[in-house]
Each structure stands twice: as structure tokens, then as C-alpha cells.
Write a protein that binds this ligand. Structure first.
Ligand code: AGP
Length: 612
């Protein structure tokens, strides 16, 4: 969603801000802007609707003079994506500029109050109330941070903000409540603010994550951190473990394709040091809870959104099969407002790539409030979800820039399988079965490399189906969530309508859609329900549907019933959805590219959904 970058140091601020905004583009946005403090002590603000190119053109090649500034990419929530609604927003006299991520929930009431006091609003945004509040609450003789603190005291909602003012120049005040924000600590006194590490990593890998309720004051003399209620606080400096190359395309045409092709490595990384070959078990250093507490768990709830919800569904099948603990999956957005049955004997697992998804974070907090132990399966180190869970398993998949999740999904499935093995071996899972799974894990990266060699063939298949208006994805057991994920990938990047279903459910409704124009993707590896899926394929063929089947060895009897085969290697059934998903990622990618879609930043989508 929205992105924030701020800079104070010895370089031309506008150049650093535009570069930082480029690196935040992946979050999804529809307008952008920047404010720089001119050498003459006034604020210079430029905003544009649309993509960053428009802002860059307006700033011009020479850039803006000035060494301190803030920038923003906006993903519209309140008001359309116009120039007037783009950030930074300014106080009436133009002396204060503010950028904001999140939503101010009491914006309506505050706006009415400010309007009654004579303030004239220029935009439709919730953000604008904050800058006017700062202006009106600036205490006599006080500093910018005093005004920001006074304003935030009246604000209800989620925010990550950065503020500059010509009334207290050469200073950035940044604050966070419910929306992530970090400081980048550069060399030679250079300081940055970013809504994620991508905004600052070109300048420094030393970052300070602000905690909920924190604010920071950045000046050429250094930075200070405070908590809104507790006063001065010290926050640790962390090192970002990935470098710039991780957020660059590295010769690939798109981030999505790069990330699909990174999967042999990411699957190696998620298991690195975690497989115990001899014991047929897993070692998970992030699981800091005592075995006794883990073994007393009576039920598991996994909660997540979108693609992460799909990996959670696969996790449900795994955990029930391997640990025999009743497991249920809930959409985080539903869980947070239900009256869920959760107690001290419930383990709640939250799954999130970004670690910042608002609904997932709220579900986590609700689960904790009800006494559950909460475990995270998260990719982004230091993210809100990672920090608020009791313990967890990091994916170590590196930054995922493509809005459509690919490598994070397969790593989530792998992490859930590792956890199932970890817990299963502490319960009833036999050593032999454990070793079988460990061996399958070890073979996985090589098998993914084999699948990626199908890329050209899948591109040719995409050419045949690029104009199909609808797609159906069907699978059973572990392959049912993989079918849901295949359909979501296609929808997200190509805008083709696609549905995923359990294959046997097809005859209860979706079969009405099938005619000679309907491509139906079957996930039909040779598993326990293979023969049932073959019957479903026959039903589609009988109605002249086009069948694309993802299969593995030993399925020769499908010849004549299937229009196109995609073959993946054999593996343990628990890991099969990883192998069957990868061709579907490639299919979605190629169809989208052939249709001329912006695969890395599909319309209307944001990488991390930090609003409800
Ligand atoms: C994935 O392709 C999506 N863009 C989206 O569904 C995503 O998985 C969802 O918003 C959850 O995000 P998270 O994993 O960062 O919590």
C-alpha cells in the first residue's frame, strides 16, 4: 500500500526521495509526491496523480535543491487518486508538510471540528486533518515534535507519518501506530525514514524499527526515539540481511518471473539447518515455547488472508494428517469479528508474507486477548506480526517485490510442513515417516529446477489460452488449496475470471459453465484421490471442456482425456502442492504478459494490505 520515505543528510534530498519511492513502487500506488526544504527555508512540494514517471518529470532532471525532505506513494482509500489527494499534505500557510500511511478513523469528526474553526480543506483525504491539527496545536515556542505529539493525542486510527516544517527546519519527525515505519542510520550523519527497508537499503543496512506508539526526531545532529506515553526510549539497531540485488530484477523481465525462478533457492533457504536426517525430524530455533506447552495444545487455528490463506489451508491438511490435532483455517478478516472458540489450549498460527496485513494483525491480537498462544509464519523480519507473535518460523525467502505472491507461498507451505514434522515427531509420527519427509524436503529444490525447465512449453500453452474469458481450477485434498491459489494468481495478474474448486464439487454447480471454450486446469498428481479426479476429468471432457492437467508419473491412462499435460516430479504428498503450484504461477505470468498486463503491479492491488 502507501509508501513513505524521508531523508536528511548531505545529498540532494529529492534524488534520494525519488529513488526510495521507486523501490517502494512494488507496494502498489496510484499517485505520488515529495516535499523538500529549500535552501531559502521554504517548503517546495510537487505531487502528481499516476505513476512515478509523472512526478519525476515534474521534479525535472536537475532535482530540487535542499537536503531534507519527505516523499510518498499513495494507494487511495479516502478520495480518488488525484493530484490534490496525493501526499504530502500541507498546512494552510504551507509551512508544514506531512505524509501518512494508514487510516485516521476519527477523521470525519476532526474535520468537522477544524472546519467549524475556519480551516478550509483542500483534499478528500483523512490525512489532511493531521497536518491542520499539528498547525493548530503547535505550542508557543515549542518544537515540531511537540506539535506532532499534541496532534497525535487526538487521532484515533492507524498511522505511520513523517513531517517536516519550515518553522522548525532541518528536522523530520516520524511516528508510528499500526503502520510500519523504520529509520535508516547511514554514515556521515545521513538519516532516512522508510515504511519498509526497501526504501533505505540503497543507503544503509542499519535500521531501527519503530515500535507501536513510538516517534523519532531526526536532525543533522542525529536521531532520538521516544514513546508517545513513556517518553525517551532506546530502540536497537538491526542489520538488514539482504542487499540491493534482492530488490532488483537481475536480468529478468519482471520481478514475478525472477521470484518464480528463485524458488529452488528459497526452498533450500527455508529448510537450511532445520532438517534432522537421522532423527527424521525438524529443528526450529524460532519455536521458543516449551515442549510441554506445545504438547498440551488441543486445537489449532490458522488465520491469514489471500495467498497466505491458501497456504494455511494446505497446512490444515498437513497438521491434521501428521499431528492428529484438530485444525481449522479462518480468514483473518472474519476471525477478528467472530466470537471464536479460543482458549489457552488453542495454538493460533498466523501466516503472512509481509507481516503487516491489517486483518491478520488484528486477528493475532484478538487471539492473544483470548489467551491463545500465537505462532507466526512470516517472511519480513522485524515486521509487526513477527514481533507480536509469541514465537515463530521465518521463511527467509528474501524480499518479495512482485505483488502476486509466488516464492513466499511455496516457502509458507514448506514452513507449515516443517512445523508439522516438528510437532508430529513429538507426537505420533514414526521415525520412518519422518525420514521420508526429510528426504522429500532435500530433493525439493532440484525438482523445482526441473519444473522451471517447462517454462517455454508453458509459455506456448499460455498463447493458446490468453483470450479465454474464464478458467476453472480443480483439485482434491492437498491439491484443492493449490487450485484456489492457481486461480488467484491468474485473476490477480491477467484479470481473467478464474475460480478454484474442490474437483468433486464441480458437479454441484460449476459444471454448468463448461463448454468447448472453458479451460479447466486439473491438479491430478498420482495421490490418494487420483482415480476420483480422473472421473472428474471425464465429466469435463464429456462436456467438451479444454483440459490442462498437472500430473506426475504413472498417469498414462489419462492419454486421450487431457488436452495438455504438465508433468511434475513425484514427491511426498505433503510437499506435492509446492510442485504443482509452480507451473500454475508460470501459466498466470505468461498469460498476463501476453495480454499486456502490468504483472508486477496489477491494477488496484497492493503488496501489503495495511488497511481493513
Ligand atoms: C498474493 O498474491 C496477494 N497479493 C494477497 O492475496 C496476499 O497474499 C494477502 O494480501 C496477504 O498478504 P500477507 O501474506 O502479506 O499477509
Amino acid at each position: 500500500m502507501c509508501g513513505i520515505v524521508g531523508y536528511i543528510g548531505g545529498k540532494q534530498a529529492s534524488t534520494v526521495l525519488l529513488e526510495g519511492l521507486r523501490r517502494l513502487e512494488y507496494r502498489g500506488y496510484d499517485s505520488a509526491g515529495a516535499t523538500v526544504l529549500d535552501p531559502d527555508g521554504t517548503l517546495h512540494t510537487i505531487r502528481r496523480a499516476g505513476k512515478l514517471d509523472a512526478l519525476e518529470a515534474a521534479v525535472g532532471r536537475a532535482g530540487l535543491p535542499g537536503l531534507c525532505g519527505i516523499g510518498h506513494t499513495r494507494w487511495a482509500t479516502h478520495g480518488p487518486p488525484t493530484e490534490v489527494n496525493a501526499h504530502p499534505h500541507l498546512s494552510t500557510d504551507g509551512t508544514i508538510a506531512l505524509v501518512h500511511n494508514g487510516i485516521i478513523e476519527n477523521a470525519g469528526v476532526l474535520r468537522q471540528k477544524l472546519e467549524a474553526e475556519g480551516v478550509q480543506f483542500r483534499s478528500d483525504t483523512d490525512t489532511e486533518v493531521v497536518v491542520h491539527l499539528i498547525d493548530r496545536l503547535w505550542p508557543q515556542g515549542g518544537a515540531l515534535e511537540d506539535a506532532v505529539v499534541a496532534a497525535l493525542d487526538q487521532v484515533i486510527g492507524a498511522y505511520g507519518i513523517a513531517v517536516v516544517s519550515s518553522r522548525d527546519p532541518n528536522k523530520i519527525v516520524a511516528a508510528r501506530q499500526g503502520s510500519p515505519l523504520l529509520l535508516g542510520i547511514g554514515s556521515n550523519g545521513e538519516l532516512l525514514v522508510g515504511s519498509d527497508a526497501a526504501a533505505v537499503v540503497a543507503h544503509t543496512r542499519d535500521v531501527v524499527y519503530l515500535d507501536e506508539g513510538d516517534y523519532a526526531v531526526l536532525t543533522p545532529d542525529g536521531y532520538r526515539t521516544f514513546h508517545l506515553r513513556q517518553g525517551p526510549v532506546r530502540r536497537q539497531v538491526h542489520e538488514v540481511t539482504w542487499d540491493l540485488a534482492a530488490i532488483e530484477k537481475g536480468g529478468f523481465e519482471h520481478f514475478m518471473l525472477k521470484e518464480i525462478f528463485e524458488q529452488p533457492q528459497t526452498l533450500r533457504d527455508v529448510t537450511r539447518g532445520r532438517l534432522l536426517e537421522e532423527e527424521g525430524a525438524a529443528r526450529l530455533g524460532g519455536i521458543t515455547v516449551a515442549d510441554h506447552d506445545l504438547l498440551s495444545v488441543e486445537r489449532i487455528i490458522i488465520t491469514a488472508c489471500g495467498t497466505s490463506w491458501h497456504s494455511a489451508l494446505i497446512g490444515e491438511y498437513m497438521l491434521e494428517e501428521i499431528t492428529r490435532i484438530p485444525t481449522k483455517v479462518e480468514y483473518a478478516s472474519e476471525f477478528r469479528y467472530k466470537n471464536p472458540v479460543v482458549d489457552e489450549r488453542t495454538l493460533v498460527i498466523v501466516v503472512s508474507q509481509s507481516g503487516e496485513t491489517a486483518d491478520t494483525l488484528a486477528a493475532l491480537r484478538e487471539a492473544k486477548r483470548r489467551g491463545a498462544t500465537v505462532m507466526g509464519i512470516v517472511n519480513v523480519v522485524g515486521s509487526s506480526i513477527a514481533r507480536e507473535t509469541d514465537f515463530g518460523v521465518y521463511l527467509h525467502a528474501g524480499p518479495e517485490i512482485g505483488v502476486a505472491s509466488t516464492k513466499a507461498f511455496t516457502s509458507q507451505v514448506a514452513a507449515l510442513a516443517l512445523f508439522s514434522l516438528y510437532l508430529g515427531r513429538r507426537r505420533d509420527l514414526s521415525i520412518l515417516e519422518g525420514r521420508r519427509l526429510v528426504k522429500a524436503f532435500q530433493e525439493l529444490p532440484g525438482q523445482v529446477t526441473e519444473i522451471l525447465k517447462l517454462n517455454d512449453g508453458i509459455r506456448r500453452l499460455a498463447e493458446l489460452y490468453r483470450d479465454a474469458p474464464n478458467f476453472l481450477y480443480l483439485g482434491r485434498g492437498y491439491q484443492f488449496p493449490a487450485a484456489l491459489e492457481g486461480a488467484l494468481k491468474l485473476k490477480e495478474v491477467s484479470y481473467i475470471h478464474a475460480e478454484g474448486y474442490p474437483a468433486a464439487e464441480m458437479k454441484h454447480g460449476p459444471i454448468a459453465l463448461i463448454d468447448e471454450k472453458m479451460p479447466v486446469v486439473f491438479l491430478a498428481p498420482h495421490d490418494g484421490v487420483y482415480h476420483k479426479v480422473v472421473s472428474n476429468i471425464e465429466e469435463v471432457k464429456a462436456r467438451r471442456g479444454q483440459v490442462i492437467a498437472v500430473v506426475n508419473d504413472g498417469v498414462e491412462e489419462l492419454q486421450g482425456k487431457v488436452d495438455h499435460f504438465i508433468r511434475v516430479p513425484e514427491t511426498h504428498p505433503v510437499l506435492l502442492p509446492i510442485l504443482t503450484s509452480i507451473p500454475l504461477q508460470l501459466l498466470a505470468y505468461h498469460i498476463a504478459v501476453l495480454r499486456g498486463c502490468d504483472v508486477d503491479q496489477p491494477r488496484n492491488l497492493a503488496k501489503s494490505v495495511t488497511v481493513e
